[in-house]
Design a protein around this ligand. Structure first.
Ligand code: URA
Length: 423
């Protein structure tokens, strides 16, 4: 077997065998296959695709490059959740404690963010004292005692994905459904949960810009999950606008706490309750309607908030110590009308420039900076109203910032938050 034949096969739209895929991953990991050969193969995959069996075999080969987390010491059904990434996506911080308060076990490994803002782990680290590098036995003990624990991804969790993803990032080979699906699912399967909920974001602020592509990705990931005998459900959700009102690490943690306290933004709260219901339905093997009733009750009685406090304190954090930037720029509207559009991507890039996210792996995040949105899609704005606030010490051009909001005379149509469910 040799890599040139394998590249040629994929170039000629042929199907790679499981032996060939294993050969590629193993030899790329021990440096017998070079970066330029791997890039060439990845580009052939981007252009000619992979069928279901090839995608499964690639996922499997990547999992075998590292260790599978052993969660057999946990009593109960462990459900994992993954979001393909959104702007202001603090959903996990709300969904997981609500699901846990109803008996779902959460033992989650989360990556650090390389993007507009930090990932879930970075967000949690904006809580003073919060530890994300627990030893495996403490991690398992916390899940058994409290019901949930979140730690940062260990080095041996799918090392092949780390190496291949870094190469894809710099060779124009990120946009491929089989490559994205195998990258995400290899990490989910290796994380050891029994069942998986996927939140596939769709829209202007997401990887997947339209429902057709998002559906293909979701179907591919659900199929992979099932082939590994893990019940997997994907929820396709709207990512045209930032989630909730905030973008930025500590601001998002505070918003998640307020949401758990039933003081959150309506659409974001609806999304979280929906996702929590799917997790409960999977863990308890009950229908979604019964699960939603349990979730609604747990939410209204603030069980999720109590669980969040317990979880944070077990990992050394103090929720009364979350710092946000004291200097705030208020962006005031010079016009009136309904908010018809928000340039979510531009706001996210602004947060990234302020230091809320990483441009390079080694960048240090400023957890205190970010944005709070005052006027959401569909809200009426009077002249002089605050559109949004930017938490930063930097001087920014307010006239330019105002351009991120488009107002119209007519009230825009309501938007859908959840597009569809793929099982
Ligand atoms: N997230 C991942 O983990 N991998 C991809 O390829 C894309 C998004």
């Amino acid at each position: 077997m040799n890599i040139i034949d394998i590249i040629n096969k994929k170039k000629n739209k042929e199907i790679l065998t499981s032996k060939e895929i294993n050969y590629v991953v193993e030899n790329y990991m021990n440096d017998n296959i070079t970066d330029y050969q791997m890039s060439s193969l990845l580009m052939a995959i981007v252009i000619n695709g992979m069928n279901e069996a090839e995608t499964f075999n690639l996922t499997d080969a990547m999992i075998k490059s590292g260790k599978i987390l052993d969660l057999s010491g946990i009593n109960g059904v462990v459900v994992d959740k993954h979001s393909t990434g959104g702007i202001g996506d603090k959903t996990s911080l709300v969904v997981l404690p609500i699901a846990t308060s109803l008996g779902v076990k959460i033992a989650k490994m989360s990556g650090r963010g390389l993007g507009f803002t930090g990932g879930t782990i970075d967000k949690l680290e904006s809580i003073k004292g919060f530890k994300t590098d627990l030893k495996t036995d403490t991690f398992i003990k916390n899940v058994n005692n409290i019901g949930m624990s979140l730690i940062s991804q260990t080095e041996d969790l799918v090392p092949a994905d780390k190496k291949i993803y870094a190469l894809r990032d710099v060779t124009g080979t990120t946009e491929s459904i089989p490559l994205i699906a195998s990258s995400i699912m290899s990490k989910k399967i290796a994380s050891g949960a029994d069942k998986i909920l996927l939140d596939v974001k769709v829209g202007k602020g997401a990887f997947m810009k339209n429902i057709t592509d998002a559906t293909l990705l979701a179907k591919e990931m659900v199929k992979i999950g099932k082939r590994f005998n893990k019940e997997t459900i994907a929820v396709l959700t709207n990512m045209d606008y930032p989630l909730g009102r905030t973008i930025g690490n500590s601001l998002e943690v505070i918003e998640a706490i307020n949401t758990l306290d039933n003081k959150g933004e309506t659409r974001f709260t609806e999304l979280c309750l929906h996702e929590a219901s799917y997790m409960v339905s999977m863990a308890k093997n009950i229908d979604i309607k019964s699960a939603s009733m349990l979730v609604e009750e747990a939410f209204l009685s603030k069980k999720g908030l109590e669980k969040f406090k317990e979880f944070v304190s077990a990992q050394g954090g103090d929720i009364n110590k979350i710092k946000v930037e004291e200097d705030v720029i208020k962006v005031v509207s010079s016009k009136e009308g309904y908010v018809r559009d928000i340039d979510s991507l531009n706001l996210a890039k602004l947060c990234n420039d302020l230091g809320a996210g990483r441009k390079n792996k080694k960048d240090v995040i400023n957890e205190k900076v970010g944005i709070r949105i005052n006027k959401l899609y569909g809200d009426f704005v009077n002249k002089g109203d605050i559109l949004f606030e930017v938490y930063t010490k930097e001087n920014l051009e307010i006239k330019e910032l105002e351009k991120n909001f488009i107002l119209t005379k007519e009230k825009p149509q309501d938007i859908k938050i959840i597009y569809k469910i793929i099982k």
